[in-house]
Design a protein around this ligand. Structure first.
Ligand code: ZN
Length: 403
């Protein structure tokens, strides 16, 4: 994940997770979440020590049910959206006194990029105020804040100005193929969407995300003995090499367009002309129009080596979250609300996609990056800054209550 800060916080500013040196007007939120901090650390530890890769239905289903139990104890109505193809998804709703109003939708995901057994090898550990472990910041930390919010709502549901819906899906890390329609259906019924992905380093929200395209390109040729029959062979690898270079020419950093061939494979032995080769390609774009242009270019690639053929599959999987006037206006409201509890909120952008990209593309005001501060998503040094848990929980509650 590459992060570009729009505004740099000068010392000693409170940039979204630190409370700063000015006296706070905590509005009751900070004392509540400060008292809950030891429990938040226990939840986070438990979640980090629970492996739920996107393709393992059983552990995902178990975790969805555990969350359902937690939310029900806090007064929510819960609903498991059964999913034959992958893990189940979970909905929890707090209606409050104004049940007919459009709700605030909080989006999260139960899956991580780590396989079964990862947390046994690398269980949660705390070092220098950081909690390390698989999935810590993406997004066990965000889920911990949602549990803390549920505890807050437990006794204060009567204060809700509008209903609150939490949707936790099981397949975000692999493109949300089985949850996208559910995410979009809930978003359309909602007034605002808050996404629990990690914030940018320092606490900034993500008000712009690039769109993501994924493609699989297979080249086919004719196998032959490399010594005896070289001229009869058609090398699929030779063909693929042309296409790799053609794809790299599409890179346009000034426009924010990036193309990455992340995987190549092909051939059997050095003395055989390869009859098949393939690659997996990741494309990032800043606008919907650029996504359409790139999609057409990739699908329009033509074979260069005589006698070879190409098969091209895939497309733009997540649209970009463009920084529209709606999103800017929502961020500014959030910023004002954060300031009331002593948090100076900033915004920034990322090349990574999220489920917020789907809801923003529907025109639903979406704020992303509400998770805690930390670093190393999808990496071995992945961690959550423990000191950010209390202020980020207070921020989430403030937005849910007041937006
Ligand atoms: Zn995530």
């Amino acid at each position: 994940m590459k992060a570009i800060r729009l505004r740099k916080g000068g010392a000693p500013r409170a940039n979204g997770h630190a409370a700063g040196k000015q006296p706070l007007k905590p509005d009751g939120l900070f004392p509540f979440f400060r008292a809950l901090e030891p429990q938040m650390i226990r939840w986070l530890t438990r979640l980090v020590n629970t492996d739920t890769p996107s393709d393992e239905k059983r552990p995902l289903d178990r975790l969805a049910r555990w969350f359902a139990g937690q939310f029900r104890q806090c007064g929510a109505q819960t609903e498991i959206a059964k999913n034959r193809d992958a893990g189940d998804h979970l909905l929890a709703r707090w209606a409050g006194p104004r049940a007919l109003r459009k709700p605030i939708l909080i989006l999260g995901h139960l899956d991580t990029v780590w396989g079964v057994g990862e947390s046994q090898r690398r269980p949660a550990r705390i070092e220098n105020g950081r909690l390390f472990g698989p999935g810590a910041v993406d997004m066990r930390g965000g889920l911990t804040l949602v549990l803390a919010l549920a505890r807050y709502l437990q006794s204060r549901v009567a204060e809700l100005d509008k209903p609150v819906t939490v949707l936790l899906v099981s397949d975000e890390e692999v493109g949300s193929h089985t949850s996208r329609s559910l995410i979009e259906a809930e978003a359309i019924r909602s007034e605002t969407v808050l996404v629990m992905e990690p914030c940018l380093p320092g606490g900034a929200l993500k008000t712009f995300r690039k769109g993501v395209g994924r493609f699989t390109i297979t080249s086919r040729g004719v196998a032959a003995h490399s010594g005896v029959d070289h001229s009869r062979g058609v090398s699929a690898i030779h063909e693929l090499a042309h296409q790799v270079l053609a794809l790299y020419k599409l890179n346009d950093p000034a426009k924010g367009t990036t193309v990455n061939v992340g995987v190549v494979r092909g051939g059997t032995r050095s003395n055989v002309v390869a009859d098949e080769a393939g690659m997996e390609v990741d494309i990032r774009v800043a606008t919907v129009a650029e996504g359409e242009r790139l999609n057409a270019l990739v699908h329009g690639l033509k074979p260069k080596v005589r006698g070879s053929s190409l098969e091209i599959a895939g497309g733009i999987n997540r649209p970009p979250m463009e920084r529209t006037a709606t999103i800017v206006a929502l961020f500014e409201r959030a910023q004002a609300l954060a300031a009331k509890i002593g948090i100076e909120l900033t915004q920034g952008e990322t090349g990574g996609g999220s489920d917020g990209s789907f809801t923003a593309a529907l025109g639903i005001p979406t704020l992303d990056g509400l998770g805690p501060d930390g670093g190393g998503p999808h990496a071995l040094h992945e961690h959550v800054l423990i000191e950010s848990l209390v202020p980020r929980a207070a921020l989430l509650a403030q937005l849910v209550l007041k937006l």
